[in-house]
Design a protein around this ligand. Structure first.
Ligand code: MEV
Length: 438
C-alpha cells in the first residue's frame, strides 16, 4: 500500500523523482534515466520549462512540423503545427498546395468580443435590484479604472455590463454578464481581474444601498470568471473555385468530387455521430496551431464544440455549396486567441512559431487558425470520399510501427520501399519486418 504524501510540492526535483520512481514504477533506475534523458542540457532553458507548471519532473516532447504554401488573403504563409498524429501536417500541406493554385484562402473577422460573468444570488425584489444596477454601473467602471487603463490605451477594455435575471432557471440566480475587447491578448487575466473587482464593488455597494432590506443587501457572489464560450469572437475562412477546377487527380471526376464533398458536409450537418468526427478533423488543424502558438487549446476546444451545438443540435462547423457551378467551402469558428501574454513571450519555440507566421496580431492569428481547420477538413473529407483515409494514414503510420519495432534506418528504407506497392497494415508490417530480419 502506498501512503499518501504531504508536502510533495516542497520536495526538490530529485526528491520528487525519487519518490515517484520508487513508489510507482517497477524499475526506478530506468525511470530516472528516461526522465533525465528528456531534460534539456541548457539549464536556463530547463528551468524555464520547470517553472511553467508545478511538480515538474521532465519535459514531454511533441513534434513541431510546418505546413507550407498557405495562401491566405494573398499572403503566402507556412504554418507551424504541434501534433502527435501522423497525416495531419501532410494533409494540411496538400490542401494548402491544392488551394494555392485556386486563389487560396479568404478570411474575415466577424467579431472579437470576449465574455465574463459574475454569478450571484439575490433574494428580494427584482425591481429594486434593477435600480441598484443603474446606481452601481458607473461605480463598477470607475472601480476598475486602474485595471482597464492599459487595455484602454491599446484600444480595448470593458464594452458592456448587463444585469441578467436567471431566476427562471435557478432560484435567486442573477449575473453580471460583461463583454470585453482584449485586443492582442487572449485576455483571461484581464477579464478575471475586472470581474473580481466587479464582485467586490457589487457586494460593498449593496450593503450601502438604502432601498434594499437587510436580506437584499446580502448579495451572495458565487463566482466571477470569464466564459470560454465566445460565439462573438468569430472568424470565417473560405475557399471557392469553379466545379471543373476541383480536379483532385486524374482518376477522380471534378463534378462527382464536388458533389460528394457537399454531401459529406450535409451528412455532418444532420448526423451527430458524423459531426463529432468531422469537427474532430477540423480540430486536428486548429489545435496544432493553437499549441504551436502557446495558446490554450482546452479553452478553444470547449468554446468551439459549444458553438457547434449553439442551435440545440451538435452540427458541422464547415459548410459547402455548389451554386452557379461554383464550389464554395467555408468555416465559421469562434477562436479567442492571443499573440501577447501567457506563454507567447516565454516559450522559445512559441516565439519562433510567431516569427514563422510573420508576427501576426490576434485577429490575424484567428484567421490563420481557422484556415488550418478548414484545410484539415478539406483534406480529411477529400480522402474520405475518394480513396478512404487508411491508405494515406497507414503509410504515415508505417514509420511509427517501424520505430516501435526498433528497425534500423536501412531496414526502414527497405520496408518503406516494399510498402510502396503493398497495402500497409500492422500485421503486414510486422510480417515484412520479420521476413527481412531472417
Ligand atoms: C482523424 O484524426 C480525423 C478524421 O477522422 C476526420 C474526419 O473523419 O473527417 C479523418
Amino acid at each position: 500500500m502506498i501512503e499518501p504524501i504531504s508536502g510533495f510540492s516542497k520536495l526538490t526535483k530529485a526528491e520528487k523523482i525519487d519518490w515517484i520512481a520508487t513508489k510507482y514504477t517497477q524499475h526506478p533506475k530506468a525511470t530516472k534515466k528516461i526522465l533525465s534523458k528528456y531534460w534539456n542540457t541548457d539549464t536556463q532553458l530547463q528551468k524555464l520549462h520547470d517553472e511553467f507548471i508545478e511538480n515538474t519532473i521532465s519535459n514531454f516532447y511533441l513534434p513541431l512540423g510546418v505546413a507550407p504554401n498557405f495562401l491566405i488573403n494573398n499572403r503566402l504563409l507556412s504554418i507551424p503545427m504541434v501534433i502527435e498524429e501522423s497525416s495531419v501536417v501532410a494533409a494540411a500541406s496538400k490542401a494548402a498546395k491544392f488551394w494555392l493554385d485556386r486563389g487560396g484562402f479568404k478570411t474575415t473577422i466577424i467579431g472579437t468580443e470576449k465574455i465574463g460573468q459574475v454569478h450571484f444570488m439575490y433574494t428580494g425584489d427584482d425591481s429594486k435590484l434593477q435600480k441598484f444596477f443603474t446606481y452601481v454601473h458607473p461605480i463598477l467602471l470607475s472601480d476598475s479604472a486602474s485595471l482597464t487603463k492599459n487595455m484602454k490605451k491599446r484600444g480595448g477594455g470593458i464594452s458592456t455590463i448587463e444585469l441578467k435575471n436567471k431566476t427562471e432557471h435557478l432560484k435567486n440566480y442573477y449575473q453580471l454578464h460583461c463583454t470585453f475587447e482584449t485586443m492582442d491578448a487572449m485576455g483571461a487575466n484581464f477579464i478575471n481581474s475586472c470581474l473580481e473587482q466587479f464582485a467586490t464593488t457589487l457586494k460593498r455597494e449593496a450593503q450601502k444601498f438604502e432601498l434594499f432590506s437587510t436580506e437584499e443587501k446580502n448579495i451572495e457572489v458565487v463566482m466571477s470568471i470569464l466564459s470560454n464560450y465566445t460565439p462573438n469572437c468569430l472568424v470565417k475562412a473560405e475557399v471557392s473555385c469553379p466545379v471543373n477546377d476541383l480536379k483532385l487527380s486524374k482518376n477522380i471526376d471534378a463534378k462527382d468530387f464536388a458533389n460528394k464533398m457537399v454531401q459529406a458536409v450535409a451528412i455532418a450537418k444532420v448526423e451527430t455521430y458524423r459531426a463529432v468526427t468531422h469537427n474532430k478533423g477540423i480540430m486536428n488543424g486548429v489545435d496544432a496551431v493553437v499549441l504551436a502558438t502557446g495558446n490554450d487549446f482546452r479553452a478553444i476546444e470547449a468554446g468551439v464544440h459549444a458553438y457547434a451545438a449553439k442551435d440545440g443540435t451538435y452540427t458541422s462547423l464547415t459548410h459547402a455549396t455548389i451554386e452557379n457551378n461554383i464550389f464554395k467551402f467555408w468555416i465559421e469558428i469562434p477562436l479567442a486567441l492571443g499573440t501577447i501574454g501567457g506563454l507567447t513571450n516565454l516559450h522559445p519555440l512559441v516565439k519562433l512559431a510567431f516569427e514563422i507566421l510573420q508576427k501576426p496580431n490576434a485577429k490575424e492569428l484567428m484567421q490563420i487558425v481557422a484556415v488550418a481547420g478548414l484545410a484539415q477538413n478539406f483534406g480529411a473529407i477529400s480522402s474520405l470520399v475518394t480513396t478512404g483515409i487508411q491508405e494515406g494514414h497507414m503509410k504515415m503510420h508505417l514509420l511509427n510501427i517501424l520505430n516501435q519495432l526498433g528497425a534500423t534506418e536501412t531496414e526502414k528504407e527497405a520496408i518503406i520501399n516494399h510498402f510502396k506497392n503493398n497495402t500497409v497494415s500492422h500485421s503486414a508490417v510486422i510480417d515484412a519486418y520479420e521476413k527481412l530480419k531472417k
